[in-house]
Design a protein around this ligand. Sequence first.
Ligand code: NAD
Length: 557
Amino acid sequence: MNLQPSSKGLSAWGEVSPPRGAAVLADPLLNKGTAFTERERDVLGLRGLLPPRVFTLEEQLQRTLISVRSKATNLEKYIYLTTLQNRNEILFYRLVIEHIEEMVPIIYTPTVGEACQKYGAIYTKPRGMFISLRDRGHIAEILRHWPQPGVRLIVVTDGERILGLGDLGALGMGIPVGKLALYTACAGLHPSYTLPITLDVGTDNAELHAGAAYIGLKQKRARGADYDDFIEEFVLAVKDVFPKAVLQWEDFGNTNAFRLLNNYRHRLPSFNDDIQGTAAVALAGVIGALRLTQSKLSQQKILFLGAGEAGTGIADLFVAAARDEGLSEAEARARCWFVDSKGLVVKNRGDKLAAHKLPYALDREPIATLAEAVKIFQPTALIGVSGMPATFTKEIVEQMTKLNSRPIIFALSNPTSKAECTAEQAYTWSGGKVIFASGSPFAPIELNGQRHVPGQGNNIYIFPGVGLGALASEAREVTDAMFLTAARTLANLVGPDDLAVGRVYPALTKVREVSLQIATAVASSAFDAKLAQARRPKDLEADIRKRMFEPVYRDCV
Ligand code: NAD
């Protein structure tokens, strides 16, 4: 098992003809900027190319932090950080890791959404690969243009459903770039192991067709066989060129997301974070909440608002977990009800239900509103994944509080403006009884002298660890059992201090330790299930820990 790139893969020091001068400064994995020592400046021909004062990494960090904080808007901060990442990756990752709570909302949601919308205008230097319909027949050849041969983790999007922003076509590139930066920051995956890819299959966004700054193909989205053949060629090319890579499907439209996951999950190690990562993080929150309600998972009744990738993904994982506690599949499914844009998901509703909703379609008369569904179903947990704000009303929260001494209410829709209710509303309307979590961060609330800290059900707790575990074990498949393992591991890492303030997730500052524990559990489950192709080390956790990328400068002469 090897988590570090070979010296061949990295443009490492000590090669036969190491880069010198401007070439060193142009390589973000080699460049130390003002931190090159006097001796390095002499040996590498850097004299005159840098200002004379030599800084330590800590001094550079302080200077950089001041620069980031001086930017007026989050988008300006995003642009600054992207430029830094393209210039000096050690400094970039050191900054992100040491200030994770401040930097994650910039390099990922919510700022990355705005960055994607303006990607055409702020685009300066390519990062990752764009593969378009025009490349059909040559995709493997094109993947070989990537300068790092040892890619182990690919995040790929076709830009059809970027966060809650819809079809952004090729502008969606910000998402794979951001997610892979999180892999490095949160799970210590070496940057040279990561490859962001955008598949440009056209866009149905008319504004992009009209815009001068749009960087993608100005044509309608490929659908049907055209689309499927393109994806098939892409997957075969990935298996050929990067045979050890794990593939993460990201922000695909609803119909393609489920199909692609199911078509390819047994053919290469792959997963969909929007479906499976969300499921694991939400389920971990519910399991964490049960430590406060003192009840079992199999006793829960969950009402979902929204029956898309996130909602049905969470329910599927809940069903798997409840079966482990002895329920039959039918019994477990009957504990999940869904209300979507057309009311309760029932068999005879008159519309054609999408395949992912069918297993949850109830054989009963329709119910039009969420409030009515709460009264009839009497859920222990209410989970919002609808993208519809102000849908968890005062009446609904009060009803949930009548039904349960500690109601579980998760308003997971992103960004903050789309959350089904705010943290303040949930705590106030429930008289402080709610166990609340959200998709976007909310500030802690003081109520009747008690401090409540809302948990953030951020996928960042799950996917970096799952991906790291899969690649550390060289798993042939990424299974639902691995996501269940990840959810349980995360829930176990919630400490008494977290629970005391009602927080069902650990603090984000612990995310590297969380990822390590999840990676170890996932890799272990791959070895146990005989899905691992790597040799099992004696001490799996120590082995993974030792190989995690730490952003520190190495002496290079
Ligand atoms: P999706 O498009 O696949 O599904 C959305 C669902 O909401 C659909 O079933 C739709 O019918 C339903 N819906 C739309 N309007 C509704 C209404 N007025 N009332 C009830 N239901 C309605 O999207 P998704 O990927 O499932 O994501 C849904 C939301 O969950 C998004 O806001 C996303 O930001 C959020 N999400 C959060 C996390 C997280 O917090 N970790 C992760 C993934 C997704």
